[in-house]
Design a binder for this molecule. Sequence first.
Ligand SMILES: Nc1ncnc2c1ncn2[C@@H]1O[C@H](COP(=O)(O)OP(=O)(O)OP(=O)(O)O)[C@@H](O)[C@H]1O
Length: 406
Amino acid sequence: MSRSPSLPDRPRLDLDPDMTPEERLEALRDHFEQIVEVNDELESQLDAAKDRRRSLTDDVDRIERENEMLKTSSLYIATAEEVTDDGVIVKQHGNNQEVLTEVSPSMRERLEAGDRVAINDSFSVKEILEGEKDARAQAMEVDGSPDVTYDDIGGLEAQIREVREAVEEPLINAEQFREVGIEPPSGVLLHGPPGTGKTMLAKAVANETDATFIKMAGSELVRKFIGEGARLVRDLFELAADREPAVIFIDEIDAIAAKRTESKTSGDAEVQRTMMQLLSEMDGFDERGEIRIIAATNRFDMLDRAILRPGRFDRLIEVPNPDFDGRTRILEIHTEQMELADTVELSSIAGKTDGLSGAELASLATEAGMFAIRDQRTTVTEADFDDALEKIEDGTEGGSVPVAFA
Ligand SMILES: Nc1ncnc2c1ncn2[C@@H]1O[C@H](COP(=O)(O)OP(=O)(O)OP(=O)(O)O)[C@@H](O)[C@H]1O
């Protein structure tokens, strides 16, 4: 810090009684000039001091802001790896940095190895993230033996054929692919409107190949597990390797693989990291063994084309809303267990339901059953289907899409 400049000496007036009036006048003039000089000097010192005060005030404001930011600054997510006598070893997510840190005795009592914790810049454990212990379990749906079969899927014969060829064959006849010397498609992307059977297709392939079905929803990765997307994608592939043969199903992939937008918010950076992790997992996937990847989207137009390059999601399968035959078959499937009146013509209902998805047709069947129950009947009539259709159409017009009962 610079020292304050010293004050100028106060001018002295020495008047000798023996002085002539002229000499006295001269001395007074000199004294006056000295006073003016000192005054100028003091004024310039005052200006400098004011400048300095302004700059110090700016510094104080800046430090106060920084202090405020530090007090409210983000915490990082880490896993407590080991609780030792010397402290706790935590591993920060994202950069995998491991540090030994101290915790308060009360926190230490509650902390167990494997807990997810929030740490600050100096790695102090600020919080134990209860209930979120196993993000991996929450973010992924693992089904060792899904019970959906191809027969449960209506109206998607061509899509079933393509999925079988792209996913099932390479899993069952891996050796044959090697002998012929061709690479099976890396990933399959199912795209089409919501509720058309994309998830069912992925589950049916896993069922048919006795593979574990592992589902992860892209939207959840970016909404619920902020800051952990990339790690969870890595975990997903690790889990699939542990459980092979496995079918990885990434639903709503558009949430992590949308075209890059102009904005550069931290949220975008995080989504970007998650997508890069997915791409790198897929690119390093030659030695993957018996793992196949299926992704699904309702927003094909939004996808970043990088994920469609060869070696990534290079087999595109469109899964549209069902046509007339498809709707008839879906209605057959979903009314199989229902007591229908002999007069019910499913083809007639299919004729009235153009534009409805498989999920909406499933919902229609359930709603029709509800109308019969309300009327205390055990047999469902075509009028029940008409009432149900009206209700579903009202719901759709109001903006809410009916929920399908799987
Ligand atoms: N083609 C179909 N055949 C029979 N049932 C179907 C069909 N499509 C959808 N359904 C019914 O709708 C439910 C939801 O379908 P599914 O989850 O497979 O759709 P999705 O295309 O994955 O939807 P989203 O894009 O919203 O995730 C299924 O459990 C089933 O009851």
